[in-house]
Design a protein around this ligand. Structure first.
Ligand code: CP3
Length: 358
């Protein structure tokens, strides 16, 4: 590995402290586009066994860092481990994505829902985080994560991805908002506890994924998603071992509500590729760092096109020596040729380093 021994560029950029270049990591950087991941997953037997076996989750976490000069590791796990720990019975049907054996629709089940103790029911996540942190030996920071209370509720009520329409969840939102609020309050508690346990176990930054917040109206987004994100962020450990633990909030399709998201208490906001980084930067006015936002599909094109598009993202953010973390606008596609990721990472480093020298 050619990683410098101590690389805290990501943490500094998230806190808007000066950096020598723009740090880069990718959502879903460990995954099916890497043949070594496919091999590890086969050895585990299933995606969930991979998540639940700390040694293998650690192996998967480190695979992209062995290949590319990435500036962060993200713990290999899944946002749906939290509802699984609540007893909903998570499984992955072949080619159908995640499913729950017991979707949450009955009033009695919603009343009975409780936030699990992560040290007991998500022990495998904490063990994996601790193992990764030891293995990294400060070569790069470790990012812990969780789903937003609302995005978790989408899967919990629907029992799966629901084709992205969320018929059951939206019916509940309009007919029985009290029930949805009860689920969201429990989720907020569960998510804060899980993230804090990850931080105690070695995670140096925390990211919240609100994949489905963008499917709401503006008022509903504030009431059912942002309010609970705010609650989670307010309850997080903000300093560990004398260092601030930065928080990142990513709302896919949330560009219209950028100012409100930036005011939720987080240190950085993740943007999907529909947002203009320069305009977003002007709108948040230095209150938070920004993370994003290359279209993941650009990684399917030639390395020349990738370098051009990466530079366009850096140019869109504009001059300065901090406040931007390069990422995709959503996860890496499984059809991405691995060497294209290498071309992207190197292009971001080289071009941003040259820009600092100007
Ligand atoms: O980013 C990383 O490298 C860390 C690991 C990570 C995974 N999922 C691994 C994974 C993270 C941060 C997630 C988050 C996640 N999981 C989200 C939020 C971000 C997003 O993508 O919108 C959501 C909605 C989920 C739920 C989930 N897990 C879905 C919808 C799927 C199926 C999608 C698919 O690509 O098949 C998963 C499975 C999953 N989680 C995979 C990986 C690498 C693929 C599983 C496999 O090996 O077959």
């Amino acid at each position: 590995m050619t990683q410098p021994l101590r690389n805290d560029t990501l943490l500094r950029a998230l806190l808007r402290e000066p950096t020598e270049y723009t740090p880069v990591w990718l959502m879903r950087q460990a995954g099916r586009y890497l043949p070594e991941y496919v091999e590890t997953r086969a050895r585990a037997g299933s995606f969930m066994r991979l998540c639940k076996t700390p040694a293998l989750a650690c192996e998967a976490t480190l695979q992209p860092l062995a290949r590319f000069r990435l500036d962060a590791a993200i713990l290999f796990s899944d946002i749906l481990t939290v509802p699984d720990a609540m007893g909903l019975g998570l499984y992955f049907a072949e080619n159908e994505g995640p499913r729950f054996e017991r979707p949450l629709r009955e009033e009695w089940a919603i009343r009975d829902l409780e936030a699990p103790d992560p040290w007991e029911h998500l022990r495998y996540v904490m063990d994996a985080a601790a193992e990764v942190r030891r293995a990294l030996a400060d070569a790069a920071p470790l990012i812990g994560f969780a789903g937003s209370p609302f995005t978790l509720a989408c899967y919990m009520v629907e029992g799966g991805a629901g084709g992205g329409e969320f018929r059951h969840l939206k019916t509940m939102l309009y007919d029985r908002p009290d029930l949805l609020h009860r689920i969201l309050a429990v989720n907020a508690e569960a998510v804060a506890r899980s993230l804090n346990a990850q931080i105690e176990s070695g995670a140096q930054a925390a990211m919240l994924f609100d994949t489905w917040g963008g499917s709401l109206t503006g008022p509903a987004f504030r009431e059912f998603s942002l309010m609970y994100i705010q609650q989670v962020v307010a309850n997080l450990i903000r300093e560990k071992d004398g260092r601030r633990v930065p928080t990142i909030v990513f709302v896919k399709g949330g560009g219209a509500w950028l100012e409100a998201i930036a005011d939720c208490g987080c240190d950085a906001v993740g943007l999907d590729w529909t947002a203009d980084l320069g305009a977003a930067r002007a709108r948040v006015g230095g209150r938070v760092a920004l993370q994003g936002n290359l279209d993941p599909s650009a990684l399917l094109a030639s390395p020349e096109a990738i370098v051009r598009e990466a530079r366009a993202v850096l140019d869109a953010f504009g001059p300065g020596d901090t406040g931007h973390v390069f990422n995709l606008g959503h996860g890496v596609s499984r059809f991405t040729p691995p060497e294209h990721v290498g071309a992207l990472v190197d292009a971001v480093h080289e071009y941003s380093r040259a820009g600092r020298a100007k």
